[in-house]
Design a protein around this ligand. Sequence first.
Ligand SMILES: Cc1cc2nc3c(=O)[nH]c(=O)nc-3n(C[C@H](O)[C@H](O)[C@H](O)COP(=O)(O)O)c2cc1C
Length: 157
Amino acid sequence: MKTGIIVYSYTGNTLSVAEKLKEAIEKKGHDCTIEKIAVNEDYDPNNDMGKFTILESPDPTKYDFLVLAGSVIAFSLSPVMKRYCKTVKAIEDKKIALLVTQHLPFAWMGGNRALRRMEKMCTFKKAVICAKEVINWSRKDREERITSATNRIASLV
Ligand SMILES: Cc1cc2nc3c(=O)[nH]c(=O)nc-3n(C[C@H](O)[C@H](O)[C@H](O)COP(=O)(O)O)c2cc1C
């Protein structure tokens, strides 16, 4: 099964989880590619979170299984991932796992909301959501949670 992980990561946190997920998927004998959503280099969500241009928007059509990985900004989905989900085409009937990272320790502190937002946009385009995972960066058990979340997603591929 050809799997694509489409990620937007500002600090590298989400990308590091995507890399672990790629390893877990490859261990199961599947092809896996990470593709980054690229924005203008000087984009800084701390200054003006809505001011950016998407320069590279990965094409989901070549994958049988898709993972969308983003983060929480201001208690919601990061504006870059929001715009990607809004504009992405041809995800009808595609199996998609959603993954977000956030600093705060509990998913109800923005992570669940970000997932709901992503899910709504993807199901509107008739994608099939098969997993939703939040990684809370400030938790002591973060590494264990990353391992279990990535294994859960990998088991669905
Ligand atoms: C401008 C800004 C706002 C943020 N707002 C939140 C927030 O509301 N809740 C939270 O838990 N984390 C928040 N974070 C932290 C990020 O979600 C967290 O560090 C995440 O892992 C970043 O992943 P990434 O840089 O790989 O995308 C914020 C980070 C930035 C830069």
